[in-house]
Design a protein around this ligand. Structure first.
Ligand code: AMP
Length: 280
C-alpha cells in the first residue's frame, strides 16, 4: 500500500474507489475498504481502493473534540492495507485547504432542512461539504463509499456530487454492529459501562419503530424505548430516506428511522430502514 501526502502525488493518482475517513479505523471502516476494493476490482481500476485519513477541523462544531480526536496513522495504515486498500492518502491542512482561497461550497437542502444532524451539530455539514468537494476535486475518484451509519451524511454526499457536477458514483455500505446491536463508532470507547448498556436503547428504538406503520406512532414508540432506558433523544424521527423530509401521507417512497442521543456525554447516532428494519 502506498501512502501519499503531497498534492502532486495525489493529483497523479489514477481512477480509484475512495473511502473518506478521519482515521481511528474500526471494523466498520474496514468493511467499507473491502467493499471499495471489490468494486475497484470489478471495474478493473488500476489504483484499486484508496482511503483518506484527514481529521477535518471544519466539521467539528466543538473545538475540543477536534483536539482529542484519536490519531494513529501507523495503526490505520496497517489495518487499511490488511483490508485491501492500495493507497492511503493523508494530506495536511494546507493541501486540502490551500491558504488564500475561499473553500466554502453551497449546501444542498438535505444538509440544512431536515433539522436532524444539521440542527444537532451546527456548522458540521458546512465542513463536510467543504472537505468532500475539495477531496473529490483533488483525487477525482470514480466512486466513493460511505457508511449508512451516517445516513444524513450519505444523502448530503449524493446531493453534493449532483450539485457540483462531479462525475463520482456515491456507494454505500451497511452499518456494522456489535452482536447486541450497538453500531460501531470511534466514540464508543468513551462510553462508561453504564453508558454502554444505555446505548443499546438506540438500536432497540429503531427496531421498535419498525413495528408501527404510522410515522407518528413509530416516533412515539422510539421515544418510549429511549425514555425507558433513561435517554432523551436529540431527535427520534421517521423520514423519507432520501430527502429526510417528513413522510407525506400515502407515500410509497422508502422511509428511514433515525435517532441521536447524548449518552453520558457521548453523542451517538443510528438509523435503520423503516418500516422494515433488517435483522442483525
Ligand atoms: P469517520 O471516520 O467517522 O468520518 O467515518 C468514515 C466512514 O465510515 C463514514 O462513511 C462513516 O459512515 C463510516 N462508518 C462509521 N461507522 C460505521 C459503521 N459502524 N459501519 C459502517 N460504516 C461506518
Amino acid at each position: 500500500m502506498r501512502v501519499l501526502t503531497d498534492a502532486d502525488a495525489i493529483a497523479a493518482l489514477g481512477p480509484t474507489i475512495l473511502v473518506p475517513t478521519m482515521g481511528s479505523l474500526h471494523i466498520g471502516h474496514l468493511a467499507l475498504i473491502r467493499q471499495a476494493a471489490d468494486e475497484a476490482d470489478c471495474r478493473g481500476l488500476a489504483e484499486g481502493a484508496s482511503l483518506t485519513v484527514f481529521v477535518n477541523r471544519a466539521q467539528f462544531n466543538v473545538a475540543a473534540d477536534f483536539e482529542i480526536y484519536p490519531r494513529d496513522l501507523d495503526r490505520d495504515a496497517a489495518l487499511a492495507a490488511d483490508a485491501g486498500a492500495s493507497v492511503l492518502i493523508a494530506p495536511d491542512d494546507q493541501t486540502v485547504y490551500p491558504p488564500g482561497a475561499d473553500h466554502t461550497v453551497p449546501m444542498p437542502p438535505v444538509a440544512t432542512e431536515p433539522h436532524l444532524e444539521d440542527t444537532g451539530r451546527p456548522g458540521h455539514f458546512q465542513g463536510v461539504c467543504m472537505v468532500l468537494a475539495r477531496l473529490f476535486r483533488l483525487i477525482r475518484p470514480a466512486g466513493a463509499v460511505f457508511g449508512e451509519k451516517d445516513w444524513q451524511q450519505l444523502q448530503v454526499a449524493r446531493a453534493l456530487v449532483v450539485q457540483e457536477n462531479l462525475p463520482i458514483e456515491i456507494l454505500s455500505g451497511p452499518t456494522v454492529r456489535e452482536p447486541d446491536g450497538l453500531a460501531l463508532s470511534s466514540r464508543n470507547v468513551h462510553l462508561t459501562p453504564a453508558g454502554r448498556t444505555q446505548a443499546l436503547a438506540l438500536s432497540r428504538s429503531l427496531i421498535e419503530a419498525g413495528r408501527h406503520t404510522d410515522p407518528g406512532a413509530a416516533e412515539s414508540a422510539m421515544r418510549r424505548v429511549l425514555a425507558d432506558m433513561g435517554l432523551t433523544p436529540s431527535y427520534a424521527a421517521v423520514r423519507d430516506a432520501e430527502t429526510l423530509q417528513p413522510i407525506e401521507p400515502g407515500s410509497t417512497r422508502p422511509g428511514r428511522a433515525l435517532v441521536a442521543a447524548n449518552v453520558t456525554g457521548v453523542r451517538l447516532l443510528d438509523n435503520m430502514p423503516w418500516p422494515d428494519p433488517p435483522p442483525f
